[in-house]
Design a protein around this ligand. Structure first.
Ligand SMILES: Nc1ncnc2c1ncn2[C@@H]1O[C@H](COP(=O)(O)OP(=O)(O)OP(=O)(O)O)[C@@H](O)[C@H]1O
Ligand SMILES: [Mg+2]
Length: 212
């Protein structure tokens, strides 16, 4: 994967060959700038690789007719910098995937999730007035509530205190183990990384170690 501007090309990822199975739990660690977010964005289909291919169930994503619908159904992100929709309130942000797909949702489940993540007081607020940690918990809730088969989580606890971070990790763990939703998590927290089934380390755009 390369980034280009008018002057030059920056190679960020090189010769990476990875597959994720349904229900798998993968952690990715590596120094700042090593390419973790880029890798997550390529794996989740947000960035098209400058060379190489991305497949979903043996179909190349780029040439799929209904790729956007597929991506919505399969993929959700907990972005490093949250990316909440600024004109929607917290509840609307969390439910966005259901609004887009037209699928019904359970108000009981929504209330349970909001309460578990300590977001009751924020429910009707816009993202712009939330603290970083509140925004991060909304981003977690949005991804969890989407019911996507794959969750790509980019440092999902970096703005949280220890207790909230543990709650978020327990939730993601449960979603993975109980509901079989695949989880790919980028983290600087080695304890979090240890919890995964497959642990990857990325250095200068290459995967330098993989332990199962
Ligand atoms: N859109 C872009 N254009 C040019 N260079 C970019 C772009 N996005 C990222 N980069 C560069 O690619 C490299 C990898 O960035 P990336 O965000 O993937 O790192 P990271 O491992 O997630 O870092 P961090 O731990 O700080 O979040 C960095 O050197 C970054 O400056
Ligand atoms: Mg990053």
């Amino acid at each position: 994967m390369e980034y280009r501007n008018a002057q030059r090309t920056y190679k960020v990822l090189d010769k990476i060959n990875l597959s994720i199975c349904e229900g798998e739990y993968i952690s990715i660690v590596g120094k700042s700038g090593s390419g973790k977010t880029t890798l997550l964005n390529v794996m989740g289909g947000l960035l098209s690789p400058s060379s190489g291919k991305l497949y979903l169930n043996q179909h190349e994503i780029r040439t799929m007719k209904e790729r956007n619908k597929f991506k919505r159904e399969y993929v959700s992100f907990i972005f490093q910098f949250f990316n909440l929709l600024p004109t929607l309130n917290v509840e609307e942000n969390i439910c966005i995937q259901h609004y887009l797909s037209g699928k019904k949702y359970s108000m009981r489940k929504l209330n349970g999730l909001i309460s578990y993540l300590g977001l009751e007081g924020c429910r009707n607020k816009l993202p712009g007035v939330l603290s970083g940690g509140e925004q991060q918990r909304v981003a977690v809730a949005r991804s969890v509530f989407s019911e996507s088969k794959f969750i790509f989580a980019d440092e999902p606890t970096h703005s949280l205190d220890q207790e909230s971070a543990e709650r978020v990790m327990a939730l993601l763990d449960k979603i993975n183990r109980t509901y079989g939703r695949a989880l790919v998590i980028v983290t600087h927290d080695l304890d979090v990384a240890q919890g995964a089934d497959v642990r990857l380390k990325i250095c200068n755009g290459n995967i330098v170690s993989a332990s199962i």
